[in-house]
Design a binder for this molecule. Structure first.
Ligand code: URA
Length: 187
């Protein structure tokens, strides 16, 4: 199955209650065979309205971090979320919602086959790296999982709330650039 075919199937998903509140399902965006994949938490209001991940204020900051290391959703990364429909009032997605939605994410992984996966924020890092992941302690560390490197970093929304972490987050993205160079990934 291609990513486009998967997206068409996913758009009709009713596997959990989040489908009831959505304007648009937010499947993901970017290069369909990207070596670098980013996973956020879930759509917010702007994303729900536009059907694209990270298009609000957080997204603008994320795009700046990406641009600083020559990455872009228009060119060389793929961006998705742990859940594809907006949780009401932007609450954290519930474990059962993540459990349902990760089935789609696993299929996205299988098709895209990224070499590096960046977990943007606690929710993705705790589900994909370590259930006790602490962003403040473990950000910027690469972990090999079956040949794919996973790294967790600060969520841009958290940086907007606490700009003191901006430098630390920037250093994480520089580590991504170093890892891309070290692995000889062509971007
Ligand atoms: N926050 C996320 O985690 N994902 C989005 O798509 C937007 C905001």
């Amino acid at each position: 199955m291609t990513l486009d075919e998967l997206e068409i199937k996913c758009k009709d998903c009713t596997n959990c209650d989040l489908c009831e509140g959505r304007t648009n399902l937010v499947f993901g965006i970017g290069k369909k065979d990207a070596d670098i994949m980013l996973i956020g938490e879930g759509p917010g209001e702007n994303e729900d309205l536009q059907g694209e991940p990270f298009v609000g204020r957080s997204g603008q900051l994320l795009d700046k971090f990406l641009a600083s290391i020559d990455l872009s959703r228009n060119k060389n990364v793929y961006i998705a979320n742990m859940v594809k429909c907006r949780p009401p009032h932007n609450r954290d997605p519930k474990p059962e919602e993540q459990e349902q939605c990760i089935k789609w994410l696993r299929q996205q992984f299988k098709i895209i086959k990224p070499k590096i996966v960046i977990c943007v924020g606690r929710i993705a890092a705790q589900r994909l790296i370590d259930k006790d992941f602490r962003v403040t302690k473990q950000h910027g560390e690469f972990i090999d999982k079956n040949g794919t490197l996973f790294m967790g970093t600060f969520h841009p929304a958290a940086i907007l709330r606490n700009p003191n972490n901006k430098e630390l987050a920037f250093s994480d993205w520089l580590k991504v650039r170093d890892k891309i160079n070290e692995l000889g990934i062509e971007i």
